[in-house]
Design a protein around this ligand. Structure first.
Ligand code: HEC
Length: 94
């Protein structure tokens, strides 16, 4: 995944949360273009498991329910996406 796509993905997640990634402010917080790109990336890469609106699909959990098994901060979610969840279908991305 190239840098632009990576930033778009971070923007997607960051848009819904307090904006801290690895101890720094999310550099694309509120960036409409990045958020739209992130949404497009989500549809392409994540929706097959998490559903088109991230409300859960056959293979992945609901990401809109406010329940975060692997941590809810931007830094936690950033880590979950980039490293994946070992032993599950949630693979590393980025
Ligand atoms: C092949 C199916 C699959 C794909 C594709 C996938 N995921 Fe997941 N994802 C899962 C599963 C299964 C879990 C639950 C892992 C577990 O058992 O804790 C998960 C967990 C997560 C979590 C952690 C939720 C929590 O409770 O902490 C996040 C965040 C997440 N996914 C985001 C994404 C994003 C963003 C993408 C696209 C880049 C993506 N996933 C693509 C299957 C998938």
């Amino acid at each position: 995944m190239n840098a632009g796509r990576y930033i778009g993905l971070v923007a997607l997640i960051g848009a819904a949360l307090v904006l801290v990634v690895s101890g720094q402010e999310n550099p694309v917080a509120g960036n409409t273009a990045a958020i739209q790109e992130g949404a497009s990336l989500f549809r392409a890469n994540c929706s097959p498991c998490h559903g088109l609106n991230a409300q859960g699909g056959g293979r992945g959990p609901d990401l809109t329910a406010g329940r975060w098994v692997h941590g809810s901060s931007d830094a936690d979610i950033f880590r979950t996406i980039t490293r994946g969840v070992p032993g599950t279908e949630m693979r590393p991305t980025g």
